[in-house]
Design a protein around this ligand. Structure first.
Ligand code: ZN
Length: 246
């Protein structure tokens, strides 16, 4: 089975639309590691699409926050403003869908899906140390995660953790061929608000039978997404950061 793996869409319709068009014919199912909404100006378009197209999805912290399930004191002012705006904006049907999103880990055919880490949906797995701790608790050879908005991940082989880097700004794809002796924590990167210094939308194509995955990057209409954020009255910083990928 071939999967489109996505995460952290954050209500950015322009980025999601570009990813779906570019990945067309390359997958049978869509897996999402959470944060459909929050930050961006198109929560309903993104949730409508997810309801129709996503096979398996877990909730993210911004999904919880945007339907009133989270104490917003923990959020910075712009994230809080975006969560409150999203709460007003979501249709009742879409709010009900977001509220019912399952907490990870959720098992797929040959993998597990989490938002933060297998232990804690809000944990940021950013370095070898946190990856090593998480890898002790993984229940499948492949675990997909999100939350950090950094494409890449970690391989665990013979008790050692190796980071898997993203393709780099000069490339648009990188192949990872799975070693049957290793376990993997893999982050497709953020579709709608990358924070690894590369503003292009991030996603991954995973082939479970072939035993490989492609990390992909894709330019999209950033200016249009920024314009919508500003026109919606959302904090300007949420538009600005899309152009720098931080
Ligand atoms: Zn996120």
């Amino acid at each position: 089975m071939r999967y489109l793996i996505i995460s952290d869409i954050h209500a950015n319709w322009e980025a999601l639309e570009a990813v779906v068009a570019a990945a067309e014919d390359q997958y049978e199912r869509v897996i999402c590691c959470g944060d459909l909404v929050g930050y961006g100006a198109d929560p309903n378009a993104v949730v409508d699409w997810a309801r129709a197209r996503v096979h398996l999805v877990v909730r993210g912290n911004h999904d919880r926050a945007s339907v009133g399930m989270e104490d917003l004191d923990w959020f910075n002012p712009s994230a809080r403003a975006a969560a409150l705006w999203t709460l007003r904006e979501l249709t009742p049907e879409n709010a009900a869908y977001v509220r019912a999103l399952p907490k990870g880990p959720v098992p797929g055919d040959t993998f597990h899906v989490v938002h933060g880490s297998p232990l804690d949906e809000d944990e940021y797995v950013l370095d070898n140390m946190s990856a090593l701790q998480s890898l002790h608790y993984v229940a499948a050879a492949v675990t997909f995660f999100g939350h950090t908005h950094v494409q890449g991940g970690f391989a665990w082989r013979h008790g050692r953790v190796e980071p898997l880097r993203n393709p780099g700004a000069e490339h648009d794809r990188r192949l990872v061929e799975f070693d049957p002796e290793a376990a993997y924590l893999l982050n497709p990167g953020s579709v709608g608000q990358p924070r690894d210094g590369d503003p292009r939308a991030a996603f991954a194509i995973y082939d479970s039978e072939g035993g490989y995955l492609w990390f992909r990057r894709l330019p999209y209409d950033i200016e249009k997404a920024q314009q919508k954020i500003r026109r919606a009255g959302l904090p300007g910083v949420l538009a600005d950061r899309l152009a720098i990928g931080r």
